[in-house]
Design a binder for this molecule. Structure first.
Ligand code: FBP
Length: 553
């Protein structure tokens, strides 16, 4: 074939033509039906008091209707919030197409750079040619994303003023649990002042921790896990070929270990840590290290001085002694940030920290290598979270395991050779072109958001369910965001938040792992998933994650 230079790759060109599959009900005349009144998952009384206008709303289901659904002329604004996740552009394409079906004069605006775009009035109009350019592509670059937290009335009022200037009737906030919590607070506030601006959320995060009885998966999880699993499989094959390295691979997922667990099921590495299990069993760093070293020793006794170990990025926050330390550091840094930021040297910072935290946390802090201590003191994100992607847990584990094996070597208990390499897979997967599953799911979510807006509702999250069935059978609708809420302590105060979904230790995906992990650690049982495929047999191109399959079936 002759090489013809193009501004986009041949695959991008082919993908631009892909028509995401929609649930059959969204492809027909539509009508919305309302279920029973709902309740929050816990703290019902308190949450009802906090959200008097958006509490208790019914679940919405989009069904086939007798005639085409139409809306008066609407202007809608969309915001991408938080970390990138594959499929964000298709949510926007879905909103755009859904709005045009409701009324060809409807318009869509994109606020630039995340929630701050709403407050600062930075936006572009999302026109048909622009949206077309981004269909089925990865990334959030069409309008950019950001982590500004929308939580203060002054921000809401500025945002409203900017909406009024553009004649905006509704906002779609595409984000994770924190961003959707804020979307709900915004919906409640706008409703309480009769602002006539609806707010609809959309479940995004590669971390997979925004899911519950109503939301089966957050978008981006599928693609990101497939990208990481391809890379892990490639590393496994290298390890198997060279037979001389242990690879420690840290995987994104700020809190929950869903990504690690899914990648385990897709690739069958020799060892994997699941943070939720560490928390449940109250394992110390020493115990974790000892267990990894035990597997390395057993494999080495079998002449296999190689292996692959997966480490969830949030691990450090689940180890009880470090968890307590981080919580004390968070409070300290939040309360005394002005003074702390004047300290110039690491030693000054360490001294300050050590004189303000408990004896137990001082001990935990001082047991960590200097690089990790520095990383623990880095800036928090706007939601107050430690930026775990910048903490090199994989290197910490390698150092600690290496020390343990040296100790065993000196005692004559271990005779192997341990050479380890550290990897971190995170950003590699967040902007990948969406898999067919994510391309379809995100487009359906966006389309659903447009239909909910057309029906005049506010305080809902777009929902598409029945995801392990073919897309035509998916069920679209809306879940009241308050239904997913409970109260949690944040910065010392009880706050209403969407409950984060951690890995369930009694859930099928984790059980599947524990059933096989003994065998996978000793026998080399790697699976090599290979790259995401878009064209070919159904089981290769359209399968969702193993997690979803096991959870649903
Ligand atoms: P969201 O929860 O906003 O979707 O982000 C998830 C994530 O990718 C985590 O896995 C990771 O810890 C974090 O974002 C990294 O944040 P940043 O993009 O600010 O480096």
């Amino acid at each position: 074939m002759t090489y013809i230079p193009t501004s986009i790759s041949p695959l991008q060109l082919a993908r631009a033509d892909y028509k995401p599959k929609l649930p059959a009900t969204l492809n027909s005349n539509m009508a919305i039906t309302e279920g029973e009144a709902t309740q929050s998952i816990a703290h019902q009384k308190e949450i009802e008091e906090m959200f008097p206008h958006t509490y208790g709303l019914p679940v919405l289901t989009i069904e086939s209707g007798p005639k085409p659904m139409q809306s008066p002329e609407l202007n809608v604004g969309v915001i991408l919030s938080g970390g990138q996740a594959p499929g964000g552009h298709n949510v926007i394409a879905g909103i755009f197409d859904g709005l045009k079906v409701l009324n060809n004069n409807n318009r869509l605006y994109g606020f630039l750079g995340g929630p701050s775009g709403l407050v600062d009035g930075k936006y572009i109009e999302l026109t048909a040619p622009l949206v077309d350019e981004y269909r089925n592509t990865g990334g959030f670059d069409i309008i950019g994303s950001g982590r500004t937290k929308l939580e203060e009335q002054a921000q809401f009022d500025k945002g409203l003023q900017n909406c009024r200037e553009l004649g905006i009737n509704a906002l779609v906030i595409i984000g994770g649990d924190d961003s959707n919590t804020n979307a709900c607070v915004l919906a409640e506030y706008y409703k309480s002042i009769n602002a006539n601006v609806q707010v609809i959320g959309c479940p995004k995060t590669i971390d997979g921790d925004l899911k519950n009885d109503m939301i089966e998966a957050s978008f981006g999880f599928d693609t990101a896990c497939k990208v990481y699993s391809e890379l892990i499989g490639n590393i496994e094959r290298d390890a198997l070929s060279a037979k001389k390295y242990w690879h420690f691979i840290k995987l994104m997922g700020r809190s929950a270990s869903h990504i690690t667990l899914e990648c385990v099921l897709q690739t069958r590495p020799n060892y994997a840590i699941i943070s939720e299990e560490v928390q449940e069993k109250k394992l110390t760093m020493d115990q974790i290290v000892e267990d990894i070293a035990r597997v390395i020793k057993t494999r080495s006794d079998n002449k296999e001085n190689f292996g692959v170990c997966l480490v969830p990025e949030g691990l450090i926050e689940f180890v009880p002694e470090v968890k307590k330390l981080i919580s004390e550091l968070n409070d300290l840094l939040a309360g005394k940030s002005a003074f702390f930021n004047t300290l110039e040297t690491d030693d000054d910072k360490f001294q300050f920290v050590n004189s303000h935290i408990s004896a137990e946390s001082t001990k935990a802090f001082n047991s960590l290598p200097k690089e990790i201590q520095v990383q623990l003191l880095m800036d928090r994100d706007p939601h107050g979270n430690v930026q775990v992607s910048r903490i090199e847990t994989e290197k910490l584990l390698i150092d600690m395991v290496s020390d343990k094996l040296k100790e065993w070597s000196a005692e004559g208990k271990y005779k192997g050779k341990f050479t380890a390499l550290a990897n971190f897979f995170g950003y590699e997967g967040r902007c990948a072109a969406p898999s067919n599953f994510d391309a379809d799911y995100t487009y359906a979510l966006g389309y659903t958001a447009a239909v909910i807006i057309g029906s005049g509702k506010t305080g809902y999250m777009a929902m598409v369910r029945n995801l392990t069935a073919p897309a035509e059978q998916w069920i679209a609708g809306g879940v009241p965001i308050t239904m997913m809420m409970n109260l949690e302590r944040r910065h010392g105060l009880m706050k209403p938040v969407i409950q984060k979904a951690l890995v369930k230790l009694d859930g099928q995906p984790f059980k599947e792992f524990t059933k096989h992990r003994g065998e996978w650690s000793i026998k080399t049982s790697y699976i090599f998933p290979g790259p995401i495929q878009y064209f070919g047999p159904d089981e290769v191109c359209n399968a969702s994650t193993i997690t979803l399959e096991l959870e649903k079936n």
